[in-house]
Design a protein around this ligand. Structure first.
Ligand code: SF4
Ligand code: SF4
Length: 302
């Protein structure tokens, strides 16, 4: 999992070095900020570390002290707090996995919690998307998290980047290029295109239609495009088509994301806009051209 690549490769008492630009990742974004949102891997739905900040601070301090005293065999984790999670530095700024090989000269001690394999395997979707971006784009999008401590950075509620990254590489890169070409900071870009960070607008639902706009409209027209109206018109049209015609395509046993594994944006549209997690392969392809037609008409109408 994410904390698996802390920049500090030394002992627990050593303070972190500047984050290497090329290895800039979402798990260790700044010198004094780390992410621990996905630790431990099994948490109740809707869990947010920020709700437990006081008790977690105490726990992270205690876990660190225990590690420095080499008392590190506490058995499997019970519940949703992990005894392997603690402060990586004396100042209590960086939170991370105290069992990670990076802090034990290559020895992986995560198995002690019973979560070893899961910890090694898991990387969140946002971290994967972030890694696909060029370094300049990563730095640009990180701007919206400047000043967040590790606790706030690790909160889905407090950190808007977790929402924004779900727009995916193509949209994030296109928006980054727009901002670069127009001399906008990340904050200014989001001010001009507020839908990007609007928690009411699901990126996985809207990614496909937004990509159509980006592919169809020249950049110079983006600023004056009536994005709000586009969302309204498209929502209305797609819902109506779904009710009148497309509902019959919902039959079928194939998993949508597998059928459309080569077309991830449309797969997300089918799953998150139309609510079809299973589908009929052949009919889906017919539907795609009809969906495209609706979207292009909505762009022209707006
Ligand atoms: S939630 Fe994502 S970004 Fe955060 S530590 Fe886990 S993998 Fe990294
Ligand atoms: S063992 Fe380390 S990586 Fe795994 S849940 Fe605990 S703190 Fe996180």
């Amino acid at each position: 999992m994410g904390i698996s690549t802390p920049p500090s490769r030394g002992s627990l008492s050593e303070s972190s070095k500047a984050v290497n630009e090329q290895s800039l990742c979402l798990c260790t974004p700044f010198e004094d900020t780390t992410c621990f949102r996905c630790c431990p891997p099994i948490r109740p739905a809707g869990y947010d570390h920020l709700n437990y900040i006081s008790s977690l601070k105490r726990e992270f301090r205690e876990n660190r002290v225990r590690f420095l005293q080499k008392k590190i065999n506490l058995g499997p984790v019970m519940g949703f707090f992990c005894w392997g999670l603690g402060y990586l530095d004396d100042r209590g700024r960086r939170v991370g996995c105290l069992l990670h090989p990076a802090v034990h000269n290559g020895r992986d001690l995560r198995y002690l919690t019973g979560y070893g394999d899961k910890c090694r395997r898991e990387v969140c979707l946002q971290a994967k998307i972030f890694n696909e971006l060029p370094v300049e784009a990563r730095r640009f999008w990180l701007e919206m998290t400047q000043g967040l401590s590790s606790f706030y950075f690790s909160s889905e509620r407090a950190n808007p980047l977790f929402h924004v990254l779900l727009w995916g590489e193509s949209i994030l890169e296109a928006m980054f290029e727009y901002a670069s070409g127009n001399g906008l900071s990340c904050t200014e870009l989001v001010w001009n295109f507020p839908f990007l960070a609007d928690p009411k607008i699901s990126p996985r639902k809207w990614k496909y239609p937004i990509l159509k706009i980006i592919d169809t409209l020249p950049q110079r027209e983006w600023k004056d495009f009536r994005w709000d109206t586009f969302f309204e018109v498209t929502e209305e049209e797609i819902s109506s088509k779904k009710q009148r015609f497309w509902h019959r395509f919902f039959s079928g046993n194939a998993f949508t994301h597998l059928v459309l594994s080569e077309d991830a944006e449309f797969a997300d549209f089918v799953r998150f806009f139309l609510g079809m997690s299973r589908c009929n392969d052949r009919k889906l392809r017919v539907m795609k051209s009809e969906v495209d037609e609706v979207i292009v008409k909505a762009i022209q109408k707006v």
